[in-house]
Every structure is written in C-alpha cells, then in structure tokens.
Write a new protein. Sequence first.
Length: 133
Amino acid sequence: MEYYRRYGRDYYNSGSPVSTFSGNAGTTYTLRWTIDNSPCAASTDDVNITFNQDPTTADAGLDQTGIGMCGLTITTLTANTPVIGTGSWSIISGLGGNITAANSPTSTFYRNSRHIICITLDNHQSTMYSINR
C-alpha cells in the first residue's frame, strides 16, 4: 500500500483489493476503490471506516465502609468524570436503596443495607467496570 500526504490530508493508494489501512482512534474515514479500464468510464465504490475510542477507565472512588458509615443511610458517590463515553451508576448487589442521578459521577445514594455499586463508562461497544463496596 502506498501512503502519501498532500494538502494536509493523508492518502492511501493500492492496486490490491485487499489492503491494510490504519488511522486514528475517534476518526471516520471514507476510502474509495476505483476500477479503471480506459477508455471506458471508471467504476468506483466508497467505504466508511470509523475507529472508535475506548471509554475513559472507570474509577468508582474509594470504598465507603467501616466505622465512618455507621448509622448512615445516605452517601455521596465519588466516581471520575469520563472524558470519552458516558458514565452511569447501577446497583449490582443489595436490596433497597436509590441512586438519585444515575448518570452523575457524584450522585447521592440512599441505602438501607449493604450494596455493591457499579459505574459503567460506555462508548458504543466498549464497557469497563469498577466496584465500590
């Protein structure tokens, strides 16, 4: 495959119908395959290629356990804010309880028993988990 740069854009050219193409994560490209048989008109077809970015690594914050949690039924969650993707909280263990703003990294959680909570950062097909006990 031949690669060249012209007018600030990257170009790839190959006479083979099976070629390798590399690009940048988070970028969509349109490539054109052309079959030419002069003097007849050329036949072309385009293909779109999107390289998705992985989501930000999830960090649900420090565990909130021990004597500091005795008698409490409310706590503020302290997850990281995603740069890539969207975050959401879900209760994956324990009965009762309410997450007031599931998409906020600093949501309030009301509980009445021990829970395991998960934050999910999702960017289309990629999902990462972090556990807060």
